[in-house]
Design a protein around this ligand. Structure first.
Ligand SMILES: [Zn+2]
Length: 415
């Protein structure tokens, strides 16, 4: 009989944190599990954004194939933003490829919930609970558990105590819900993603290493709770894959890429207008979060004027290479789209994607006065997630990336 498959995600958990917390006894169950399989670094998508990365996990495809390049995109032939959701994914997720029964809980970028054989509760960003749940009949159950898709991060901006309280409340409800479907429903594959971890690490990364920090124990308790959950999974009974979609690290300073582009003369804004409608005919390039650079190409955008794309790309590269903060280079790598993307939808991809050196959080807000700023976040994404598989190393690529997860899943099933 083939084993059932369990996939457990911890959004944003870096390899190093999972290693350190299991070595230091904060996550004893993960430590036990870790020693009985393969525990590796997992390469995130480029850029390392949850919506892109999880879409690559569930489809096994490159962004050029599945069509998700970020949390926001630009509507063709306009400067208006769109927010791609599950319906914009051009490839099938694994639960639509056979007739097994699936339980899919809280995977980001799966809103609105579509029909499947089983149960799906969308992860962030989900606007309306009714559209986030399939089948609808389970909604009263979720209400009973006080189920909530995401923590309200606005609370953190007002009061960090409230935010921390909510993080644990949402985690408890998530675990109750997961336990319910684990036990009640018949399934072949069960996938659950914990996403509060991403919120926790954005606001309280500084509490992680600093024992004197007011929230140090809270930070550790969050991972202790997840570890308790891990302790309930009998590893011998299942094919088990655990992973994160990207890693995290300390944030030193935020970098406003559009402000830099303005200062360098690539981006010229008409301040009478709003948002990206401010882009004028003099603009050569602009950026969308986190640091996806689009050329203002003639024929592609209303005020497009770039014809010699290679020249602009070279000029941009030179400029970005010169960007420094306190003597440190900000940009580690500049990818051209052809270097990282392939597939039918590469035409929608940004022309360049920037990767930052450690500590620099690249942002694309418009109309910021200063290039360098410090906000409330103390942690930022980095490309180094983790992967655990309860199988030998030879079942896993040497340097696995998020696009490999489905292949690994298939490999385990065929054992
Ligand atoms: Zn994430």
């Amino acid at each position: 009989m083939t084993k059932k498959t369990v996939i457990m995600g911890i959004d944003g958990a870096p390899y190093k944190l999972m290693k350190d917390l299991s070595d230091s006894g904060i996550m004893p169950n993960f430590k036990k599990i870790r020693e009985r399989g393969s525990f590796k670094k997992l390469k995130s998508s480029i850029p390392e954004i949850s919506s892109i990365s999880w879409t690559s996990v569930i489809t096994g495809k490159n962004p050029g194939e599945h069509g998700i390049f970020g949390f926001v995109d630009m509507i063709p032939n306009t400067y208006s933003l769109s927010f791609p959701n599950f319906m914009n994914i051009k490839e099938k997720p694994f639960w639509k490829k056979d007739d097994q029964r699936y339980i899919i809980l809280n995977v980001p970028q799966t809103y609105p919930a579509e029909e499947l054989k089983g149960v799906l509760i969308s992860g962030f960003v989900a606007l309306d609970m009714k559209k986030a749940v399939y089948p609808n009949v389970i909604i009263p159950k979720l209400e009973k558990f006080n189920y909530q898709i995401d923590v309200d991060s606005n609370k953190a901006h007002k009061n960090i105590d409230l935010f921390v309280e909510e993080l644990f409340k949402v985690l408890d409800a998530r675990i109750k819900t997961a336990d319910f479907f684990w036990n009640e429903a018949d399934w072949g594959t069960f996938m659950l993603v914990f996403t509060g971890s991403d919120r926790l690490m954005h606001f309280l990364w500084d509490a992680y290493k600093n024992e004197n920090h007011k929230y140090h124990e809270y930070f550790l308790n969050y991972f202790r709770k997840i570890d308790e959950y891990i302790g309930k999974i009998d590893m011998d009974k299942y094919n088990l894959i655990m992973l994160s979609d990207h890693g995290f690290e300390k944030l030193n300073v935020e970098v406003n890429i559009n402000t830099f582009l303005e200062n360098e003369g690539f981006l010229v804004l008409d301040k009478e207008k709003k948002n990206y409608a401010m882009i004028t005919k003099e603009t050569k390039a602009f950026s969308l979060d986190p640091a996806r650079i689009f050329l203002n190409i003639k024929g592609k955008y209303p005020n497009g004027n770039v014809e010699d794309t290679e020249k602009v790309v070279d000029d941009l590269k030179n400029s970005f290479e010169s960007l420094e903060y306190n003597g440190k280079k900000v940009i580690k790598k500049i990818y051209k789209k052809e270097e990282i993307y392939h597939g039918n939808y590469i035409k929608n991809a940004p022309d360049l994607v920037l990767e930052a050196n450690e500590g620099f959080d690249l942002k694309s807000k418009l109309n910021r006065e200063k290039i360098f700023e410090k906000g409330m976040f103390t942690g930022k994404h980095n490309p180094e997630g983790f992967l655990f598989v309860n199988a030998d190393e030879n079942k896993i690529p040497k340097i696995p990336c998020v696009e490999d997860i489905l292949k690994i899943m298939e490999e385990l099933k065929n054992e």
